[in-house]
Design a protein. Structure first.
Length: 376
């Protein structure tokens, strides 16, 4: 009987892992992916769609279409993982056994954990809210806009800065920039954890009149008074609030005793294994890494697929994950810069270009045609 591989999670990291595994394993290796999503959304374009940079319909594909031939899909949700007995309980009552388990369950948004967070607040982290935000910006006539993540961790640390640069450009094109005030609030000490990149981004803020307030961790919102208040008791007034909700991992992982209340699994950063279980891997945002980045999930999926493929062929793999990730990030005036780094290096950037913006602009096409298919 062949090797059995179960992957929990049918989004970015889970599908890439499954597709790469199918390309590099024998036919008798059974690959099963668990998840009940009907469609897959390319989240990085949430910073382009509200400004009409791309058509939202091009950022969504049927999930079934993205899973390569030869992979079994179970449309259900995992409810409990039993590492000792190598089994996964599903919400349909079935138990699945496995030789290898890959956890790729990602994040969940928990706006309810911020007192006062309601439907009058906007964000760009799922397609419904992206479209709602775009409509608001279409009708916007000027005023104070506050943008930012409410807390850490959150997906794609560069996204808030990308968004305010796009917002600045949009309001200039609408001819209402002089009637508008843009403020970015960040719970961290700087824009990003990398000084060189943060210095460049902050310089862009200064040149484009974007206010920047670091160390602002949101404690509550009063939508009646249009104020957002930090844990340090600093209150800011707004006309429109674009606040990224707090993130957590999945309750499944907490209920299974594999994660604390954060829902993120602590893993070995060099092997991506959970504890001493050499047959359990965690990829994408489900891991307790402080940076939640789709490009990192892509790299992790490739590493894990290679490890499992080698071991299923009887080879002992001593390879280690190097933490590599690379992505293009929107800067001012439809330019961008591209970052690439790993555990042993830091990103460095000293200019932004139109060609890098083009890379960002076509990233959705590359993602659906090649990356999620496991080709690159």
């Amino acid at each position: 009987m062949g090797t059995s591989i179960v992957i929990i999670g049918d989004a970015n990291a889970g599908i890439i892992t499954a597709n790469k595994l199918r390309m590099h394993t024998r036919k008798d290796v059974e690959i099963t992916i668990i998840g009940d999503s009907e469609k897959t959304y390319f989240k990085p374009e949430g910073v382009l769609i509200p400004f009409k940079g791309v058509d939202y319909r091009d950022t969504i594909k049927p999930t079934d279409f993205l899973i390569n031939y030869g992979i079994k899909r179970i449309k259900a949700r995992a409810e409990k993982i039993d590492p000792e007995n190598r089994s996964v309980l599903l919400n349909n009552g079935n138990n699945l056994s496995y030789d290898y388990l890959v956890i790729a369950t990602g994040n969940r948004l928990v706006p309810e954990s911020i007192p006062g967070y309601d439907d009058s607040i906007y964000h760009f982290y799922d397609i419904a809210n992206v479209l709602k935000l775009g409509k608001m910006l279409d009708d916007f006539k000027g005023g104070k806009i506050i943008v930012g993540p409410s807390s850490t961790p959150f997906q794609c640390p560069v996204a808030p800065a990308e968004f305010v640069f796009g917002l600045d450009l949009l309001l200039r094109k609408k001819g209402i920039r002089n009637k508008s005030d843009i403020t970015l609030i960040i719970p961290m000490k700087d824009v990003l954890p990398f000084k060189n990149v943060s210095d460049m981004v902050r310089k862009g803020f200064e040149e484009h009149g974007i206010n920047f307030i670091p160390g602002f961790k949101t404690e509550s919102v009063d939508t009646g008074k249009n104020t957002v208040t930090s844990s340090g008791n600093e209150s800011l007034q707004y006309d429109k609030l674009i606040l990224i909700p707090p993130h957590k991992g999945q309750k499944l992982l907490t209920d299974s005793g594999m994660a604390d209340e954060s829902g993120y699994v602590k893993v070995d950063k060099l092997t991506l294994n959970y504890k001493n279980y050499g047959n359990i891997f965690v990829v994408g945002d489900a891991a307790d890494f402080p940076m939640k980045v789709g490009a990192l999930g892509h790299s992790e999926a490739g590493y894990v697929a290679g490890r499992i493929a080698s071991e299923s062929d009887g080879f002992i793999s001593s390879s280690e994950f190097d933490g590599f990730m690379g992505c293009s990030s929107v800067y001012a005036d439809e330019t961008a810069f591209t970052l690439s780094f790993d555990y042993n290096s830091k990103p460095f950037v000293n200019f932004a270009s139109k060609s890098d913006y083009f890379l960002k602009y076509i990233s959705g096409d590359t993602y659906f045609s090649s990356i999620i298919r496991g080709v690159i």
